[in-house]
Design a protein around this ligand. Structure first.
Ligand code: FPP
Length: 229
């Protein structure tokens, strides 16, 4: 799989803790998701100056369809509002927006908004924001493999998956698992887990995660630089 050559990083975030953040305040879970959308806006604004070139965020997993219908429907409405509301800001800030994941199960009203936002922002070069919606990494790998011929290489599969290797994966909310997110792309990602609930996440937390990332030596299976002589 090609490793990145440019200086800008691919960071990925599992935005966890919205529900607990809301419950702790006596609010409905959806209030946590609304506050989470604000945290995403802050993070997108901060990311380019911190050296992030691509940011992939887990907004809705394919397993999230199992949540209560009222929560699912609130999340779908929130995606709709977010994409429409943030489009102008993204154009202004040079942010290209893409949505990754299955589209055939999304509410029909969401599709033109997704396509409109992708088209309107396609010239953005400061940050590529990838929103993973109805996303399952295992399903994405299965679908990519099915499109390839039998003797496909690692590079073929990477290309078929359409993303770049992840450099840094952050998960908020205190849990330490990948939850079917970017499993192939995270083969050599550095993992940072933080107890901060996603709605509280801001530029300072992103900067701290990046400082942690930069303090680590990435070896990609080889030995420490000092041992190479
Ligand atoms: C996980 O927290 C979060 C989600 C399943 C939804 C993520 C959605 C947002 C952050 C909304 C903003 C996104 C966009 C694209 C507008 P959880 O609900 O599982 O939290 P819990 O573990 O505390 O219950």
């Amino acid at each position: 799989m090609p490793q990145r050559t440019s200086d800008s990083l691919h960071a990925a975030i599992i935005m966890d803790g919205n529900g607990r953040w809301a419950t702790a305040r006596g609010l409905p879970r959806v209030a946590g998701h609304r506050a989470g959308a604000e945290a995403l806006r802050r993070t997108v604004e901060a990311a380019p100056d911190l050296g992030v070139g691509t940011l992939t965020v887990y907004a809705f997993s394919s397993d999230n369809w199992q949540r209560p219908p009222v929560e699912v429907s609130a999340l779908m409405k929130l995606f709709h509002v977010y994409l429409r509301r943030e489009q102008a800001r993204c154009i202004e800030q040079g942010v290209r927006v893409s949505v990754v994941g299955r589209r055939d199960r999304l509410p029909r009203m969401l599709l033109p908004v997704i396509e409109g936002c992708e088209q309107a922002t396609e010239r953005g070069r400061k940050l590529h924001l990838r929103l993973a919606v109805d996303y399952s990494s295992r399903d994405a790998i299965v679908r990519a493999a099915a499109r390839l011929k039998k003797q496909a290489t690692r590079d073929d599969l990477s290309k078929a998956l359409g993303g770049e290797d992840v450099d840094l994966l952050i998960r908020t909310g205190g849990e330490k698992r990948l939850s079917d997110f970017l499993l192939w792309e995270c083969a050599y990602a550095e993992l940072v887990f933080t107890p901060v609930m996603w709605p509280d996440f801001d530029a300072s937390h992103l900067a701290a995660a990046l400082a942690e990332f930069r303090s680590r030596e990435r070896r990609f299976g080889t030995v420490p630089k000092v041992a190479l002589g």
